[in-house]
Design a protein around this ligand. Sequence first.
Ligand code: F6R
Length: 250
Amino acid sequence: MVKVKILPDKENASAEVAQELYDLIVEKPDAVIGVATGSTPELAYELLAEKVKANNIDVSQLQFFALDEYINLPWDHPESYHSVINRTVTVPLGVDPSQVHVPEAPDDAAEGPVRYYDEQIEAAGGIDVQLLGIGRNGHIGFNEPGTPFDAPTHVGRLTDMTRQDNSRFFDSVEEVPPLAVTQGIGTILKSRKAILMAFGDAKADAIRDSLAQPPAEERPGSGLQLHSDCIFYLDEAAAAKVDSELLKVN
Ligand code: F6R
């Protein structure tokens, strides 16, 4: 079941998401939060850190699980998700690095399941809130079109479109690693709540395909229709291709 909230812009949507996370942290100081990288959640993380600092909230018992990580990119590379999560979540919130988990697989990893990460998530009590962005082709995490909806954390191959899109963080597209370890859609569906954010017209097709058609593995975002408690926070541009009749139902 997916609820949809359309805000005028990214600033308003990010403020609402930051407030949801803040409320969770205040209510449950040992909450387990799934964190995405990419451009989309950056402002929400900033706003959350401001609130946490301003109100002197204890963050020492929180746990964070990143969605994904490139394979064959050194962790100290500025664009590894170890580095990105450290820069956008760990340091601004003032949590100890031991509270933050990022999936790992050996550099010579073959495509396929990497189950220890799901076990770690389970041992932490499961994810209370999983944050997500979405790719132009509908990927969530690095679950590219065709990934089974019951996939556990696994090593998968990035599509050319995803490598092209992520090349803005690198000097060239060749530098974007072709393989990544990612929470599976099955992992994401086990979270108690999922929050997907999407901003800008480049995401409008992916959002329409996630909401307006039945769940199908060629449209990874549509798998979230199978989630028990999922909300999409969209700006008007990302929501532009979603039928208003459908939004009334939601
Ligand atoms: C990031 C991730 C990806 C991104 C997606 C959108 O951890 O798993 O699914 O959320 O590629 O990226 P941005 O936000 O940069 O448009």
